[in-house]
Design a protein around this ligand. Structure first.
Ligand SMILES: NC(=O)c1ccc[n+]([C@@H]2O[C@H](COP(=O)([O-])OP(=O)(O)OC[C@H]3O[C@@H](n4cnc5c(N)ncnc54)[C@H](OP(=O)(O)O)[C@@H]3O)[C@@H](O)[C@H]2O)c1
Length: 296
């Protein structure tokens, strides 16, 4: 009997879809790495899968995402699935969070890594009207963390790692979205310091609950997409940055509420230690993301 071509195509597609939708096996750690379609996040995703984890790969570009998943599958250790969500849209972040909660029954580690640097060099606003770096690098990570926190708490011991940067600029509460005074580097620095302030607050809130949260500057000027786009000469390797992230994911006794510079605990910008500034940022973030801050 001759099998119709349409059935062969459908069967092949079904096979590839099933293949692309790998599920974690019982006991396999589940780790979400945002922005894992390139650069640091991609390397971290590959290494975590090589160690046996199920990695939730995230980015905007399905082709790049599928490539990371394929590489993980070909390596034959761990497993992965790709999800697309544009962090310049809070609606997409909400949808992404809801999908992860639906598709997974546990989450051991959340790595908030997705980000954009000093390019675009002009002031761009998101659909929600926020300066694009503030939203992609900070607000979307806060929203995703809040959405996934119940899952992390239910999976405790669990960890959150916020990939920040040494490039910190104090948050200007009179002009957070930089309508009056814009600079792409300062916009990047504000968003990166905001991540550290969020880390310190969240660590306090999660004390004794089995979920730790730390932030880090992975390495200075790694040869990644954002560094290439900005035209900077790389000074570090992606290996250095990946090791620093993996330490916070895997090493025992990393504590919580700390800021690391590479592999060592360091001191963040002074605004991160200003409780009033952190409280102000927290209220603003709740308003902008529309999410309640309390897990109690
Ligand atoms: N490179 C360095 O030297 C350095 C130093 C300090 C800190 N960092 C931090 O390291 C993290 C990773 O950056 P990288 O250097 O690896 O840069 P990268 O190669 O440009 O990677 C950025 C990742 O974020 C994703 N992303 C960008 N915009 C997004 C959006 N609107 N929605 C969803 N995902 C988005 C990208 O996905 P797409 O495939 O969709 O573009 C990509 O996967 C960032 O948080 C950065 O601030 C980097």
């Amino acid at each position: 009997m001759k099998i119709p071509f349409a059935i062969i195509v459908a069967a092949a597609l079904a096979g590839s879809i099933a293949h692309a939708q790998a599920r974690p096996t019982p006991g396999q750690p589940v780790i979400l790495v945002t922005g894992s379609t390139s650069g640091l996040g991609r390397e971290v995703a590959l290494r975590l899968a090589a160690g046996g984890a199920h990695v939730i790969v995230h980015g905007r570009d399905s082709a790049r995402g599928a490539e990371v998943v394929r590489e993980i599958e070909q390596a034959g250790k761990g497993s992965a699935r790709f999800y697309a969500a544009d962090f310049a849209s809070l609606a997409q972040v909400r949808q992404f969070g809801a999908t992860i909660l639906k598709d997974y029954s546990r989450l051991d580690v959340l790595i908030n890594n997705a980000g954009i640097g000093s390019v675009p060099a002009d002031r761009q606003l998101t659909a929600e009207g926020a300066e694009i770096r503030m939203q992609v690098n900070y607000l979307s990570g806060v929203l995703l963390t809040r959405l996934l926190l119940p899952q992390l708490l239910a999976s405790a011991p669990a960890r959150i790692v916020n990939v920040s940067s040494l490039a910190a600029s104090p948050v200007d509460f009179d002009d957070v979205m930089m309508a009056k005074n814009f600079s792409p580097l300062r916009a990047y620095g504000q968003s990166k310091l905001a991540q550290v302030m969020f880390t310190f607050d969240l660590a306090h809130e999660l004390e004794g609950k089995g979920v730790t949260v730390n932030a880090l500057h992975p390495a200075t000027l790694m040869p990644t997409g954002m560094v290439a786009k900005a035209g900077y000469q790389p000074q570090a390797t992606i290996d250095e940055g990946a090791k620093a992230v993996l330490q916070l994911v895997q090493a025992p006794d990393m504590g919580s509420g700390q800021y690391f510079i590479g592999l060592k605990a360091g001191r963040a910008h002074q605004q991160a230690y200003d409780a009033e500034a952190r409280a102000r940022l927290k209220r603003l973030s709740e308003d902008l993301t529309g999410i309640a801050h309390s897990t109690h």
